[in-house]
Write a protein that binds this ligand. Structure first.
Ligand code: GRF
Length: 191
């Protein structure tokens, strides 16, 4: 069974989707630790409700120590609003994934849904990708496309994308935990 550590900064709905998929036996993996860099992140409450250990940490060396102590084999960033630095990447590159609310490489960084609306995109979506040193630039694992309607606001588009995020994040974790993902340069092959 793969041990997952989830890094959050906020509401944690993707964390919840991962916990639910694990508890329902949909993924051969278990969330063993949730770390937030914000003390008031609602995701911490979600973890506690499922008896998952939590920590509020800002320093990457401390995060690394906690992840290693929990024998974490996959780190999932789920609404973690900081760029990951060298300390964590040195240990977990290739074993760290992120979810982003756009079809990368379009609209990386903050406010991806606002960027899609401002660009007049007719489609957007969600991406799960391996984390590298850049901002939302790592090898792409899964994407899901949603339409953008003329009537959309940032809220309505975000909600449509979030629904897809909750589906593809557990799917990507399942592929990883079954050893089916191989990184070749900037691409991910499903083996
Ligand atoms: C999601 O849209 C995720 O893609 C982005 O931040 C949001 C986090 O939502 N990186 P939640 O905390 O998982 O509810």
């Amino acid at each position: 069974m793969l041990n997952i550590g989830v890094l959050i900064s906020g509401k944690g709905s993707n964390l919840q989707a991962i916990i639910d998929a694990s508890e329902q036996g949909e993924i051969p993996a278990k969330v063993v630790l949730v770390i937030s860099n914000k003390a008031d992140a609602y995701g911490l409450e979600r973890a506690k409700k499922h008896n998952i250990p939590t920590a509020v940490l800002k320093d990457e060396s401390e995060m690394l120590k906690a992840l290693k102590a929990a024998e974490v084999g996959l780190v999932c960033l789920a609404g973690y609003m900081k760029i990951v630095g060298k300390t964590l990447l040195d240990e977990y590159e290739g074993k760290m994934i992120n979810i982003h609310p756009s079809l990368l490489p379009k609209f990386p960084g903050l406010h991806a849904q606002r960027q899609a609306l401002a660009a007049g995109a007719k489609e957007s979506g969600a991406t799960v990708h391996f984390v590298d040193a850049g901002c939302d630039t790592g090898p792409i694992i899964i994407q899901s496309v949603v339409p953008v309607f003329e009537s959309d606001t940032e809220e309505t588009l975000s909600a449509r994308i979030l629904e897809q995020e909750h589906k593809i994040y557990p799917q990507a974790i399942k592929l990883f935990s079954m050893g089916k993902l191989k990184i070749e340069g900037s691409r991910v092959k499903k083996i």
